[in-house]
Structure formats: structure tokens, C-alpha cells
Ligand binder design. Structure first.
Ligand code: ATP
Ligand code: MG
Length: 442
């Protein structure tokens, strides 16, 4: 009798019962993508090996040991995608998508890494992935990280959320200085470092900070930290991001925000802001990073495109499933809201409002059994008229204009983009679903 056929090590079947949960995660991520104005796209499951090797860096763990690479019958070297970003950047360049910037892109599907299988770590796994291309403002980092927090909150229905770890890798100049200092500090310890870290000392020293080896951790404790090497621009940028995130009405979004100087992420392409969401509880064990991302302003140019700033993140679907929880019911009616703050308005207040609205417009309707499919975006730069025009182009049904005079009286201006009618609405009205329904007329 022939031996029983089994799934290949590190892969598993998703049977119907599990698929229902799996599907909830993907659909939930689509809801959040829509809420923040992201559009879905897909790239091939395999690409020329160079696409990943060039972007993620030859010395990264993924490229040096985790890729499923093979030769086609025609002799082309191809690799099953280990992540989304490289393929999306390749698609952005090869399809001339430059002219449509800024772009907010959502993707989902299977990924492949040759890793040692454990709970929450497989050789074929799935991600929901978000990339925001074409805007280097720190406000974008803040908005995207809030979105990541809301995604986790929405999917797990859990008010405890996760802890947000953030760090900055600085710009090129700061990072080069830091790298030098780090190598200088580590070199005398070279023989005491783990084998992996010894290898990285020459090729990718920052990565040593990320090491999980006990012997390395002791040495790393005394290492210089990146924040001492940031130039003014990089420091200012990071402070803006950190301050706003600390001010978010964060209770449902993330339990706390921790600056984590050793958070470096594994890939070469990251610059400035990097972040991870870590589950404090649940079944995840050592695989407790559920979501991770960062800014990669140099990558598109490095891959042969025009210089284009970008930031993104991905969450592992299998790990989200281990987080557990219930998803909110699925929703149907559309409000597309564009928040337009006057320049004098405090940006922290604007983020706070955006967060509040995004929560209200998802949680309240679901509690009331109403179906709603909303988008809440923010638009920061340019004259009011130009911004209203942009809002129309992006299909906004309403603009929420934040003007200093009205704000003093606790009023927002709500503009119906179709009828051009404007009304002044008390801030408090946005906490009440019935009032929200009246304002937006549904
Ligand atoms: P880790 O430190 O756990 O190896 P990573 O830094 O390699 O994670 P990323 O490349 O940033 O992970 O991928 C983002 C997310 O994808 C991770 O936070 C995790 O949720 C998920 N993920 C990564 N690798 C795997 C895997 N082999 N199996 C299941 N999920 C994974
Ligand atoms: Mg990994």
C-alpha cells in the first residue's frame, strides 16, 4: 500500500469551519481598508528572484535563508513571494502608477517562507497588507498606525488591544552614523556574540539588536541607542509621530505606546518610523508580533522608479486568528467623509477627531444593527477650494471642515459635497448615532 499523503511540512489545509473565521479576518481587513480609503490590488504569487533580493537586501534573514526559489523550465530564477511590499513596488513601477499618487493599496493572499514551523509560524501563511505611497508627511505615519490599531481592535472586538512598539531608524545620514558607533561598540565583543550575530557584524549590524539569543541580549543592553545619533530633521519627525500617538484617544486602539530603541525590523529598506503591534495575552507565545511595518522612502528609487516616499504594514492572518475574538457584523451604507483642517488647527485634535469618527462609524452602527460602509480620510495641504476639489475627486460625500473660529464655539462645518450645502454642527453630535444619521441624511 502506498504511504498516506500528507500536507508538506509548514503548510496546512483550511477546512470549512476554520475558513469561516479566516474569511472574517480578510473581510474585516477589507472593511478597514475601505474606511481609510485604501483600494485593493493583487500581484503574482511568484516574481523574479531579483525583485525580493534587491529590495529586502541580500543579508536579510528572509533573502539569505527563507526564500522558496526555483528555476522555471525556461531557466528563469523565480521566488514564491515572502512578502507583499517588494511585489507591489515592482508593480507600481512596471505599470507606471506614479501618475496616480498618492496611492493607498490593500492586498491579501498567501506568502511563503522556509522557516522552522511552530505555532503562528508556517511555511505558507497569509497576510493582510497595506501600503501608502507618495506622501512623506509624518501625519501619514500617524494615520496609518492608527489604522493598524483600529484593524486589530475591529478584528478582535477586544478593547484591550495590543501594545504598540515604535522606533525610528532615522534618515540615511543618522543611520550611517549610528551604524558606525554600533560596530565600534560591538567589535570588542565579537567572539562572545552568537554565530548569526558575528556574521551580521560585518553585513547588517543593526539586525543584531533584534537578536533573540540570550548571550547577545546581555551585550546589546549596553549598546548605544539610535536616538543619540538622530539629526535634527529625523528627531523632529519622530517626535511628531510619537507625540500624536501618545495623544490618541487610544483606549480601544492600543493599550500603550512604547518607544523601543532595539526595534529595527529585519529588512534593509526601512527608514524613519518602524512599528510593531505585540499581543500581551492569548495563545501566541513567542510569535506574539501580530502586525509590523515601517516607512521605506528609498525603496522605490532603489528598485528603478522615481524617488517616491512610502510606508506600509502587514498583519499575519494565522496570528490574528490565534488572537481570537469576534468581528463586528458586516456593514452596507456609504458615507465618505473628508476631514479638512485649516492650517492653524492643532493636528493632534484632528487625529483625535478622525479616530473618534472611525470608531463611531464602525462600532455604533454595528451595535445598532445598522449596515454602514464608511470612509474617513484626512486632507492636510493646500487652499480650501483646492482641497474641496480633491475631496470630490476622491468621491467624498461630505467634507468636515475644521475652522478656528467655529472650533472655538465647539462647531464643525459639514459640507454636503453634492448639494454644496453647509451646516454647522456641534462637536458632541458626533457621539450620537441618531444625530449622525440626521447630519448625513440616512
Ligand atoms: P517574525 O519576527 O515573527 O519572524 P517578521 O519580522 O519576519 O516576523 P514580517 O516580515 O514583518 O514578519 O511580517 C509581518 C507579519 O506577518 C508578522 O508580524 C506575522 O504576523 C506574520 N508572519 C511573518 N512570518 C510568518 C510565518 N512564517 N508564519 C505566519 N505568520 C508570519
Ligand atoms: Mg521572520
Amino acid at each position: 500500500m502506498s504511504p498516506k499523503l500528507q500536507p508538506v511540512r509548514g503548510t496546512h489545509d483550511i477546512l470549512p469551519e476554520e475558513f469561516k473565521e479566516f474569511h472574517k479576518i480578510i473581510e474585516g481587513a477589507r472593511d478597514i481598508a475601505r474606511l481609510y480609503g485604501f483600494e485593493e490590488m493583487a500581484t503574482p504569487i511568484f516574481e523574479a528572484t531579483e525583485v525580493f533580493a534587491r529590495s529586502m537586501g541580500e543579508t536579510s534573514d528572509v533573502v539569505s535563508k527563507e526564500m522558496f526559489s526555483f528555476e522555471t523550465k525556461g531557466g528563469e530564477g523565480v521566488t514564491l513571494r515572502p512578502e507583499f511590499t517588494a511585489g507591489i513596488v515592482r508593480a507600481f513601477i512596471s505599470n507606471g502608477m506614479q501618475q496616480h499618487l498618492p496611492l493607498k493599496l490593500f492586498s491579501t493572499g498567501p506568502l511563503f517562507r522556509y522557516e522552522r514551523p511552530q505555532k503562528g509560524r508556517q511555511r505558507q501563511f497569509h497576510q493582510v497588507n497595506f501600503e501608502w505611497l507618495g506622501d512623506d508627511s509624518p501625519q501619514v505615519d500617524i494615520d496609518l498606525i492608527c489604522m493598524a490599531g483600529q484593524l486589530l481592535y475591529y478584528l478582535s472586538g477586544n478593547t484591550k488591544g495590543c501594545t504598540l512598539l515604535i522606533n525610528t531608524l532615522g534618515d540615511k545620514e543618522s543611520r550611517a552614523k549610528y551604524r558606525e558607533a554600533l560596530v565600534k561598540y560591538l567589535t570588542p565583543y565579537a567572539k562572545e556574540l552568537s554565530e548569526d550575530s558575528q556574521r551580521r557584524l560585518a553585513s547588517n549590524p543593526l539586525r543584531i539588536l533584534d537578536s533573540k539569543s540570550e548571550q547577545d541580549r546581555k551585550i546589546i543592553e549596553g549598546a548605544p541607542q539610535i536616538n543619540q545619533y538622530l539629526n535634527d530633521a529625523a528627531r523632529k519627525r519622530f517626535n511628531i509621530v510619537h507625540e500624536a500617538l501618545s495623544h490618541q484617544d487610544s483606549a480601544p486602539m492600543f493599550q500603550s505606546v512604547k518607544i523601543t530603541p532595539t526595534l529595527v525590523r529585519g529588512l534593509d529598506y526601512y527608514t524613519d518610523t518602524v512599528f510593531e503591534f505585540v499581543a500581551e495575552t492569548g495563545e501566541l507565545g513567542a510569535q506574539n508580533t501580530v502586525l509590523a511595518g515601517g516607512r521605506y522612502d528609498g525603496l522605490i528609487e532603489q528598485m528603478g522608479g522615481k524617488p517616491t516616499p512610502a510606508i506600509g504594514f502587514a498583519a499575519g492572518v494565522e496570528r490574528l486568528l490565534l488572537l481570537g475574538g469576534e468581528k463586528w457584523p458586516v456593514i452596507g451604507k456609504k458615507i465618505k467623509l473628508m476631514i479638512i483642517p485649516f492650517e492653524e488647527v492643532n493636528s493632534i485634535d484632528v487625529h483625535r477627531l478622525a479616530t473618534q469618527l472611525r470608531i463611531t462609524l464602525t462600532v455604533l452602527p454595528s451595535k445598532m444593527g445598522i449596515m454602514l460602509r464608511s470612509t474617513v480620510e484626512t486632507l492636510w495641504q493646500g487652499k480650501l477650494g483646492k482641497r474641496l476639489e480633491k475631496a470630490s475627486q476622491r468621491g467624498a460625500t461630505h467634507a468636515l471642515i475644521l475652522a478656528p473660529e467655529e472650533l472655538k464655539q465647539n462647531l464643525y462645518i459639514v459640507r454636503n459635497m453634492q448639494t454644496r450645502e453647509e451646516q454647522k454642527v456641534p462637536i458632541d453630535a458626533f457621539k450620537d448615532m441618531q444625530k449622525i444619521r440626521n447630519i448625513f441624511g440616512f
